[in-house]
Ligand binder design. Structure first.
Ligand SMILES: Nc1ncnc2c1ncn2[C@@H]1O[C@H](COP(=O)(O)OP(=O)(O)O)[C@@H](O)[C@H]1O
Ligand SMILES: [Mg+2]
Length: 250
């Protein structure tokens, strides 16, 4: 086993001492191994997005350490941080974050263009990732001309084209209809299973979480509970998640 994310004693406090402060994270510790598919669940306001933003280097913790692929990302800044993020981190958001005036292919190309990769190689990589995510037919379309599910596939292709160490998703199915949501989750499970893509998925939806192999439950800024799917069926795991969420609310 090879750890790719090691989180120790991470806290996050929003607001200065003069203002009212929010202790969003109060001491988070866990390790993610390469090839894992881990869910993060918890009530609204429990600190899920805060944690994911810190892990994906979009934000810094107040205290604590985050090691990704042997780099302490809390110590990175400026170009080194941008470079690290571009190469090691893939992120898909609830609202897709596609640029409307670029085609799907141009959107997918962005991370490699920023790294100065040659156009011929970029074209080849787009072809590969598009085939993998079944979006070859829509590569020349603009975001306004494709469905929500297709937009999220394009965003996933953009996240995966650099072959990141880990793919993060913050409620990536939140804006999708249930069929598109299931398609996206199937795709993520398939990437995890067959391409060994490591994934961390923040979701408040028990059905989405049932696609994960391990789930961390956050409550009041700490990890309250952790479960493994093991050899449970997805249905049984789903029921187990529902049971835990019921208890968490009390
Ligand atoms: N930029 C911010 N400034 C101040 N407080 C914030 C900020 N972002 C989040 N919070 C607060 O931190 C807590 C955790 O928020 P968040 O991580 O977004 O939770 P979740 O994603 O689980 O809903 C909440 O109380 C929220 O109001
Ligand atoms: Mg959130």
């Amino acid at each position: 086993m090879e750890p790719i994310i090691e989180v120790s004693q991470v806290t996050k406090v929003y607001g200065s001492e003069k203002d009212e402060q929010t202790h969003a994270l109060r001491g988070i510790d866990f390790t993610i191994q390469r090839g894992e598919f881990v869910g993060i669940m918890g009530a609204s306001g429990s600190g899920k997005s805060t944690l994911l933003n810190i892990l994906s280097t979009l934000d810094k913790p107040s205290t604590g350490e985050v090691i990704i692929n042997h780099n302490d990302v809390t110590k990175l800044a400026g170009n080194a941080l941008a470079d690290f993020r571009g190469k090691e981190i893939g992120f898909i958001f609830q609202d897709f974050n596609l640029l409307e005036n670029l085609t799907a292919a141009e959107n997918i190309a962005i991370p490699l263009s920023l790294q100065g990769v040659k156009p011929r190689i970029i074209r080849q990589k787009i072809k590969e990732v598009a085939a993998r995510l079944s979006i070859t037919e829509i590569l020349n379309k603009y975001p306004a001309a494709i469905s929500g599910g297709q937009k999220q596939r394009v965003a996933s292709a953009r996240a995966l084209i650099t072959q990141p160490t880990i793919l993060f998703g913050d409620e990536p199915t939140g804006a999708l209809d249930s069929k598109s949501a299931r398609d996206l989750l199937d795709m993520m499970a398939d990437l995890n299973q067959n391409d060994q893509v490591s994934i961390m998925l923040v979701t408040h939806d028990p059905l989405s979480a049932s696609y994960c192999k391990r789930i961390l439950f956050i409550k009041d800024g700490v990890i309250h509970e952790e479960i493994q799917r093991g050899d449970q069926t997805q249905d049984d795991f789903h029921r187990r998640i529902l049971g835990i969420l019921g208890n968490l609310e009390q």
